[in-house]
Design a protein around this ligand. Structure first.
Ligand code: HEC
Length: 167
């Protein structure tokens, strides 16, 4: 390849690099970064909300899944991260009574660190909205909304999810 042919390649590389950097989601207003690799985490449970017609899948990082399978979730261990992915319900085209994931709504995370998140039950809350993963919340105070609504499950380490039973 002569030098003239290399220019388009160099140009493509220069344009591509900043573009991929920009694609990473911004951190939440409380400084929590979108957990890397959550798309590969294992399932802890699923849920369906009939008041707002959404399907949810609850995933866990390695520490969370090990604790869930061992039934050691009260409290969940340090380093646990639980993710909740939410989609609007949609009727399956070939079987309308089957509700399947439609439009993506948001991804939420709870990260366990009793020292860093002492003020909110040891959990760091964060949410990224939509397919472009916009961080939720005007400032770090948004966590009061999360923590406030998780009060009914204070005695279950602030977690609603009970790991789904596996044979
Ligand atoms: C209006 C009440 C409400 C608010 C506000 C709320 N949650 Fe929850 N959250 C729930 C309920 C109910 C569940 C369990 C049912 C389900 O699966 O959706 C849940 C489940 C979760 C789970 C799965 C683990 C668990 O506790 O079961 C995560 C992670 C989570 N919420 C994160 C957040 C974050 C982050 C925020 C704030 C940005 C937030 N939640 C705000 C009600 C709320």
């Amino acid at each position: 390849m002569n030098t003239t042919h290399r220019w388009p390649l160099l140009l493509a590389a220069t344009l591509w690099l900043p573009a991929t950097v920009l694609q990473a989601a911004e951190p939440a207003p409380n400084g929590i970064a979108l957990p890397a690799g959550y798309r590969h985490w294992q399932v802890v449970a699923s849920s369906h909300r009939s008041d707002n017609n959404t399907l949810r899948v609850i995933l866990g990082n390695e520490i969370a899944v090990r604790a869930a399978r061992a039934g050691q979730t009260r409290p969940w261990p340090h380093g646990t991260v639980l993710a909740k992915l939410v989609w609007k319900d949609r009727a399956h085209a070939a079987w309308p009574t089957a509700q399947v994931p439609g439009d993506f709504v948001h991804a939420e995370f709870m990260s366990k660190d009793d020292t860093r998140f002492a003020a909110t039950g040891g959990w760091g809350f964060a949410r990224w909205v939509g397919m472009d993963q916009q961080p939720y919340g005007k400032d770090a105070g948004f966590v009061q909304e999360c923590f406030g609504c998780h009060q009914p499950v204070k005695d279950n380490d602030w977690v609603f999810t009970r790991p789904a039973v596996l044979p």
